[in-house]
Design a protein around this ligand. Structure first.
Ligand code: G3P
Ligand code: MG
Length: 414
């Protein structure tokens, strides 16, 4: 059996969905697993699902709306990112600037590319952090740290607070420790072991750990090759969190031998999550927690699927990814028996960059449509977005297929 950690509660019961371990590992190539390296999945509980940045694939990341989404997802952990405003207020935000997820370019046109930590709390509160995702989230604000506690009060969800780029937020460790020690909602969660702190930055994490030794911490990063580093991490951390695309399955037991739990980020396809479950990891971090908890409970993760699926993502083409006619693209297929109008469909990557399918496009049964990022001449089976920037990450990414109303039809990771 998997070891229990101080904060991971193994209450999720492995469902009937676990069965074809070898086949699922084979299609989840980024995990790099082989049949021999696969643990016996009947020997471990299902991994906990960690809702990433709230529920960043289905609502605007790191907003109260996204925390509510995470709460209804049945994920047992929610992850968020904390930084410090210019006047020392802890706020929840991932990126280094506001340009991707806020209207900073409209509100502060001269400062759109400035560090998000250069804004005061009063300035941050003027930004709309929901509209980038959908007009239905207009008015969502960048939350204060304490707004991540309220949606989980009275639940059994654990909140994982990541010290994000702490070099840009000097003193964030002390501010976080102070808020957690004084805010009543945090205190109630802490009393029930429902708060954990994580970071890529070992120095920041150890600083926080010295200030708040009773709160478990997780070291995020590449698994070190040497045992000495793992042993040092084990001196302060309860677990490690690592990128699933570079995971060596042999590292799971290596890490556990030091008494550390093993979590992986950010898994956005059912196949990848299933493969990680088959490797008996402790936690899987996903932007689609509702879909992944459904999967691990033995339900269809995509009940609204209509047959339109991603067949392939050609992210790294010979030559320039944005060259005319033959640049990076997504191949959609229609696996249903009827023609489907895909006009206005959205193809969304892990950070909510979106390609759009033009109006009037219909994919016949068994047919394919290539949706390009760059320029070209539209034909019946090729549609060009003519964007001036790359969308499909060459090092691996995910693509969600959504209707114009944001109904989720497919999830694909490469
Ligand atoms: O917890 C790990 C994960 O959140 C790290 O990725 O960049 O989304 O914070 P990032
Ligand atoms: Mg994070």
């Amino acid at each position: 059996m998997r070891r229990a950690t101080t904060y991971i509660r193994t209450k999720v019961v492995r469902g009937a969905v676990i069965g074809s371990a070898t086949a699922l590992v084979a299609v989840a190539a980024p995990l790099g697993a082989t049949a021999n390296a696969t643990a016996d999945p009947t020997d471990c509980a299902a991994p906990e699902i960690v809702a990433h940045r709230g529920s960043g694939g289905t609502s605007p990341e790191n907003t109260v709306a996204s925390f509510r989404d995470a709460r209804t997802s049945r994920a047992t952990v929610v992850e968020t990112d904390v930084q410090l405003s210019a006047d020392g207020v802890p706020f929840l935000f991932h990126d280094g600037t506001g340009s991707r997820t806020t209207d900073v370019a409209e509100v502060f046109p001269e400062r759109a590319g400035d560090p998000i930590t250069s804004f005061t709390w009063a300035e941050l509160r003027q930004l709309d952090a929901g509209s980038y995702f959908s007009p239905r989230y207009e008015g969502e604000r960048i939350p204060h740290l304490n707004e991540a506690a309220r949606p989980f009060a009275g639940s059994d969800v654990t909140v994982n607070i990541e010290l994000k780029s702490p070099e840009n937020s000097p003193g964030v460790e002390a501010v976080l420790a102070q808020e957690l020690a004084t805010n009543r909602t945090w205190q109630r969660l802490i009393a029930q072991d429902q708060v954990v702190v994580s970071s890529f930055d070992e120095a920041s994490l150890t600083t926080f750990h010295e200030l708040a030794p009773d709160i478990p911490v997780l070291q995020v990063g590449t698994i070190p090759e040497d045992e000495e580093t793992l042993e040092r991490w084990a001196g302060f951390a309860d677990g490690v969190v690592t990128n699933y695309r570079t995971l060596d399955p042999a590292d799971i037991e290596r890490v556990r031998a030091h008494g550390l739990s093993f979590s992986v980020y950010t898994l956005n396809s059912p196949e990848a999550v299933q493969a990680a479950a088959d490797l008996c990891v402790d936690q899987v971090i996903s932007d689609f927690p509702t879909q992944m908890t459904r999967l691990l409970r033995g339900h269809d993760p995509l009940p609204m699927a209509n047959g339109i699926e991603v067949l392939d993502v050609v992210a790294d083409v010979p030559g320039d990814d944005l060259q005319p006619e033959t640049g990076e693209h997504v191949v959609l297929t229609n696996t249903s028996g009827r023609a489907i109008d895909v006009g206005g469909y959205l193809l969304q990557d892990a950070v909510v960059n979106r390609l759009t399918v033009g109006e009037g496009y219909v994919i016949p049964p068994g047919g394919e449509l290539r949706v390009y990022t760059g320029p070209g001449t539209n034909t019946a089976d090729r549609y060009y977005n003519d964007l001036g920037r790359n969308v499909l990450n060459n090092d691996g990414d995910s693509v969600a297929v959504l209707t114009p109303q944001l109904r989720l039809l497919d999830l694909y990771a490469y």
